[in-house]
Design a protein around this ligand. Structure first.
Ligand SMILES: [Mn+2]
Length: 295
């Protein structure tokens, strides 16, 4: 598999490491998230190399490597542990949201802030008999000692609502509140003032289902495209943080292809902003795109 149909660099040479994780077990509603990693990468072929917000072509400077796809839950943490990730950005493509705590268990060496974009709180300790259900990742992230910044939530179980109120390790931005400009500004100010290691987890159901219908458990409401880009920009250009990794999860490919394109372009924005923030634009042009012959 390839990102934007670019040649794969060796993982040791790559600046961007993309890990497809086709894990699907605890399906609630619509099946198909195991097809999402391949479909997002395929959709990335439709993107221009030029990224208009960064006003540059990031892949002229950055090398990308797409790993072999993982399907088994038990493979995730050991495989992440083998990746050479110093000075690189790991982007994992799910698969179910339950992959996130497996990734962070390997990736995060100290207490970190998890920016958790999701329509659901995902705070159940178990769901339908499974402790690794996609309804549980936020609980496991807290159990690993991380702080959670939850954004866009609009569907919770009663005990989850109580925990959001009472758990001092959760900072909560409810979806409906985020319709207010003052609340959006409060979130962006928080992101601009974060320090230390940060991990970003994007559940595609955080978006308005009118924009991203291709998710397993859609909820009305949700954030729009431009606010999502604002969130990424403010977070990634914050020089006081180290972005340790990103995941994009819970997509279910659909016929219009719009949901897949949104996920692919989110990934492109993340790569572009990260590269800019790290100053790659001032370095030698030895990115993956330089190996492409134009017709
Ligand atoms: Mn989720």
């Amino acid at each position: 598999m390839h990102y934007q149909f670019l040649p794969n660099a060796a993982p040791s040479d790559a600046d961007i490491v993309i890990l497809p994780i086709a894990y699907e077990e605890s399906v609630c509603a619509k099946e198909g998230t195991k097809e999402a990693p391949a479909s997002i990468l395929q959709a990335s072929e439709q993107l221009e190399y030029y990224e208009e917000d960064g006003a540059w072509s990031p892949m002229q400077y950055l090398q990308v490597s797409v790993c072999e796809e993982i399907e088994q839950y038990a493979q995730i943490a050991p495989f992440v542990a083998t990746l050479p990730l110093k000075n690189k950005l790991l982007i994992s493509l799910g698969g179910e949201h339950s992959i996130t705590p497996e990734i962070t268990a390997s990736l995060l060496k100290k207490r970190s802030t998890i920016l958790f974009l999701d329509a659901h709180a995902d705070l159940r300790e178990s769901y339908q008999g499974s402790q690794t259900s996609h309804a549980t990742p936020a609980h496991h992230l807290l159990a690993q000692g991380h702080k959670l910044l939850m954004v866009g939530v609009r569907s919770l179980f009663e005990s989850e609502a109580k925990r959001v109120q009472e758990d001092g390790m959760i900072e909560f931005y409810a979806d409906r509140e985020l319709r207010k400009e003052s609340e959006r500004e409060r979130l962006l100010e928080t992101l601009a003032s974060l320090e230390g290691d940060v991990y970003l987890s994007i559940d595609m159901d955080v978006f308005d289902p009118a924009l991203v219908p291709g998710v397993g458990t859609p909820q009305p409401g949700g954030i729009d495209w431009h606010f999502a880009v604002d969130i990424l920009e403010v977070l990634i250009f914050n020089a006081k943080i180290e972005l340790k990794g990103v995941d994009i999860v819970e997509l279910v490919p659909e016929a219009s292809n719009v949901s897949q394109i949104v996920a692919a372009k989110l990934m492109q924005k993340i790569i572009s902003f990260w590269g800019k923030a790290k100053g790659y634009e001032t370095k030698e042009k030895k990115g993956s795109q330089m190996g492409v012959v134009y017709e």
